[in-house]
Design a protein around this ligand. Sequence first.
Ligand SMILES: Cc1cc2nc3c(=O)[nH]c(=O)nc-3n(C[C@H](O)[C@H](O)[C@H](O)COP(=O)(O)OP(=O)(O)OC[C@H]3O[C@@H](n4cnc5c(N)ncnc54)[C@H](O)[C@@H]3O)c2cc1C
Length: 415
Amino acid sequence: MSEPLLNWAGNLRYSADKVYQPTELSQVQEIVRDSRKVRPLGTRHCFNTIADSTNSLVSMEGLNRVISLDEESRTVKVESGIRYGDLEKWLYPHGFTLKNLASLPHISVAGACATATHGSGVRNGNLATHVSAIQYVLPNGELREFTREAGGDFDGAIVALGALGPAATVTLDVVPTFAVAQSVYEDLPFDALKDGFFEIMSCAYSVSLFTSWNSEVINQIWVKSTSSDSAKLERFGARAANRKRSPIPDGDPEHCTEQLGQPGPSYDRLPHFRLGFTPSSGAELQTEYFVPIEFAWAALSEIHAMQDKIAPLLFTTEVRTIDSDQLWMSPNFKRKSVAIHFTWKQDWEKVSAILPEIEARLSAFGARPHWGKLFRMSGETVKSLYSERDRFCDLVNQVDPGGKFRNEFVDQYLL
Ligand SMILES: Cc1cc2nc3c(=O)[nH]c(=O)nc-3n(C[C@H](O)[C@H](O)[C@H](O)COP(=O)(O)OP(=O)(O)OC[C@H]3O[C@@H](n4cnc5c(N)ncnc54)[C@H](O)[C@@H]3O)c2cc1C
C-alpha cells in the first residue's frame, strides 16, 4: 500500500489504496486497462472529493511535456499533467501565451479544465474555453480525441470532472505575447458596487475585488491592465496602493506577482501568486459560487448581510467575472458570471455550519458551486442547475459503460 496522500491544502486524505505515478502515456494506458476502478489526479489543488477514489488514483503529474506548437493555427499541444506556469515559461520565448490564467500557475492544465477553473475578466472565458482538442485514455486503454472542429460531444468533454478518465493530451489556443501592468487599489466603499459594479469590473483586462467583510469597504481591487485600458478607480472612492500587497491579510507580498503598475509578461501578472512560492494562505479551505452577472449587486448584498458571521472565519473573499461559454458542465454555461469566492480559515466544523445560509441566500440567483471547492448543496440541487446534465451523463455512459472512472462525487452530483 502506498503512503496516504493528502490534497494541497491538507484538508482531505484521498482514500485510494494505490496511487500510480506514470511518466509515459503507454504506462497510463496499461494502468487504466488493468484497473478495476481508477481516477485521474492532477496537482491536488481541489478541496473536495472530486478527484478521490476508493480504489486507485493515477497521478498525471509526470506527464508534463509540451508536445508541439502550431504557430499557424495558434495552438499548443501538451501532455495533460503540465502545470500552467511551466507551459507559459516554455511558450513565452516562442512568442505565444495563453489568453488568461487562474490566481495561481501551480495547477495542472487538465485538472484545471476538468473543474472549469477560471481567472477574471468580463470578456475572458474560463480556462476550459481555451481547449480546442482533448484526448482521453478509454477504459480499455485505447485513445479517443474530441475536437472543437469536429463538434459532436466536444462541449461536454472538457469540463468532465474526471468522469471521462485521464486526459492524455490537451490542445490549447494561444495568442501572441502581451504585456500586463498590475495595480492594486484600496478601500473601495462597498456601496460603490451598487451602480458601479460592471464599470469597475470592466475597467481593465482582468479585475478582482478582495474583502474580509470586516468593514464597509472592499479592501483591495487588483487591476490587471493591457496597454489599451487604464483604470481610474479614484472616482469610485478607492485609492492606489503605494506598496506591494498580498490579498491575504498578513500574507507576504513577496509571494505575489509584481504590482505598482510595472508592466511585464502577462503570465507573470495575470496570476496573483508566483510559481515557486506558496500561493494564497496554505492552511485554508475554499468555497465559491457563480451567479449571472446581472445579479452581482443583489448577490453581494446577501453576503454583505452575513458579514458578522462570515468575517471571523474568513481570510478573504475574492469577486471575479467570467464570460459565458458553451461547455455543458461549466458553471458559466450560457451565462456571463460573477464568482463569489471565500478563502476560509481551516475550521470545517464552523465553515460548514454557515455554508447552508450562504447557499440559501444565493439560491434565488441560481448559484452554481465551483466543482473543485467545498459546498453543502445536495446532489439533487446541483443536478438541477445544469440543463445539459443528461447529455453529459449519456457521454459518460458511452465512454465508460462499466463505470471504471466513476467515484462517489460523480455519482452524487451528476449521475
Ligand atoms: C491556492 C489555490 C488557488 C486557487 N485558485 C483558483 C482560481 O483562481 N480559480 C479557480 O477557478 N480555481 C482555483 N483553485 C481551484 C483549482 O484551480 C481547481 O481545484 C483545479 O481543478 C485544480 O487542478 P489540479 O490539477 O490540482 O486538479 P486535481 O485537484 O488534482 O483534480 C481535479 C479534477 O480534475 C481531474 N483531473 C486531474 N487531472 C486530470 C487529467 N490529467 N485528466 C483528466 N482529468 C483530470 C480529477 O479527476 C478531478 O476530478 C485554487 C485552488 C487553490 C488550492
